[in-house]
Design a protein around this ligand. Structure first.
Ligand SMILES: *Cc1c(COP(=O)(O)O)cnc(C)c1O
Length: 390
């Protein structure tokens, strides 16, 4: 709408009521009144657009989607009650029994559960590919491959997929590309610009960015959003107006938050790179990182997540966590507060050791979601925990 992201994120406001309110009001209503019998008929026949019932649409969710479509460079979208309902609804809206999916091996844990254990019950199978071996991806495709599913950077090892390359491969193979863009937010990376068909988010993370709500969004080309909307309208994963309102307000500060998250994360990564207690640091914008060249092509900044391998394996990693004085130990990420996890013993503990190693999760790997606290305090906290965990 405007020329710059920051202005769109703040000024797109499509649901003013005429009461001269400055901030968009909260529309806590489950249904909407029809003008007359003919209006009701036309709405249900989809001959005219308008609100009917909050499971289908609500001014707060519509405004959130209007804003996000502009920020992500997509045509259409749907707001959902969680990131996982965005994943599930988009996949279920696009596949049928007998279809096949090609997925990056390193994906969010619950997404992996859907592909590995839920979809096979409906006759849909998945082949996993290694992000770091793109030369093998082509062989994973079958006659019936319908979807390709990726996250970049990956969680927690921060490997990078070349978005332009993978979307060209999908076009060639006639497969729909879904990208989970939750680690970046549209301020840092817009997969649709590189050819992605559908972009999903756990809005729980950076889009809200303050650890208050669970929410998701599905954005993309109209032709793909249409069948997904049919699935959403009838199965009911709608986002509440309250949470849509909160996220819409959060988007007003997304650009400044992502700038500071990325600035802090880069400084922490540079500190860790120099530390004798650290075996390996992963951060896409460190020049030594294997993903650096591609990350620079498709990401505006490095984002807020840094992963590192502490010397001394699982025991030292756990000691490090217990030596932290004020970082939050939580599985969440994308918060104003710095949060830390040890994937081997928590989020990825259900994988076998071999499966973990295949996606770069070494026993001493620690994932830091770098917050907006002062960087000197963040580095001091890490420094003391490194020395107190020896
Ligand atoms: C958190 C997360 C999800 C799931 O989102 P919820 O809002 O927790 O349902 C999906 N993908 C990624 C990459 C995530 O980090």
């Amino acid at each position: 709408m405007f020329e710059h992201f920051e202005t769109d994120a703040i000024r797109i406001q499509t649901k003013r009521t005429g009461e001269k309110e400055h901030s968009t009001p909260l529309f806590l209503t489950s249904s909407f009144v029809f003008d007359d019998a003919e209006h009701a008929r036309a709405l249900f026949a989809e001959e005219v657009t308008g609100n009917q019932y909050t499971r289908f649409s609500n001014p707060n969710t519509t405004e959130l989607i209007d804003k996000l479509c502009s920020l992500e460079h997509t045509e259409d979208g749907i707001a959902t009650a969680s990131g996982m309902s965005a994943v599930f609804t988009s996949v279920f809206g696009l596949i049928k029994s007998g279809d096949h999916i090609v997925s990056a091996r390193a994906i969010f844990g619950s997404t992996h559960q859907i592909f590995a254990n839920i979809l096979p019950r409906f006759g849909v199978t998945t082949t996993y590919v290694d992000i770091n071996k793109p030369e093998l991806w082509e062989t994973a495709f079958q006659e019936n491959t319908k979807l390709v599913y990726i996250e970049t950077p990956s969680n927690p090892s921060l490997d990078i997929v070349d978005l332009a390359w993978v979307s060209a491969l999908c076009k060639k193979k006639n497969a729909i590309l879904i990208v989970d863009n939750c680690f970046c937010s549209p301020y840092i990376q817009r997969p649709a610009d590189f050819g992605a068909d559908v972009v999903i988010h756990s809005a729980t993370k950076y889009l809200d960015g303050q650890g208050r709500v669970i929410a998701g969004v599905i954005l993309g080309k109209k032709e793909f959003i249409q069948p997904i909307r049919y699935m959403a309208r009838n199965t009911g994963p709608a986002l509440s107006p309250m949470n849509a309102w909160i996220i819409s307000k959060s988007l007003e500060t997304l650009a400044v938050r992502m700038d500071r998250h990325s600035e802090n994360a880069l400084k922490l990564a540079e500190f860790l790179e120099q530390s004798p207690d650290v075996e390996l640091v992963r951060y896409p914008f460190l020049p030594k990182d294997p993903g650096y060249a591609i990350a620079k092509k498709q990401m505006k900044l490095g984002g807020g997540i840094v992963s590192f391998v502490i010397k001394g394996g699982v025991d030292r990693a756990r000691k490090f966590l217990d030596s932290l004085k004020w970082f939050s130990l939580t599985a969440n990420l994308g918060d104003t507060r710095t949060t830390v996890t040890h994937p081997t013993s928590t989020t990825h503990s259900k994988l076998s050791e071999a499966e973990r190693l295949a996606v770069g999760i070494l026993p001493g790997l620690i994932r830091v979601s770098v917050g907006l606290e002062h960087i000197d305090d963040i580095i001091a906290e890490v420094k003391q925990a490194l020395s107190n965990s020896k």
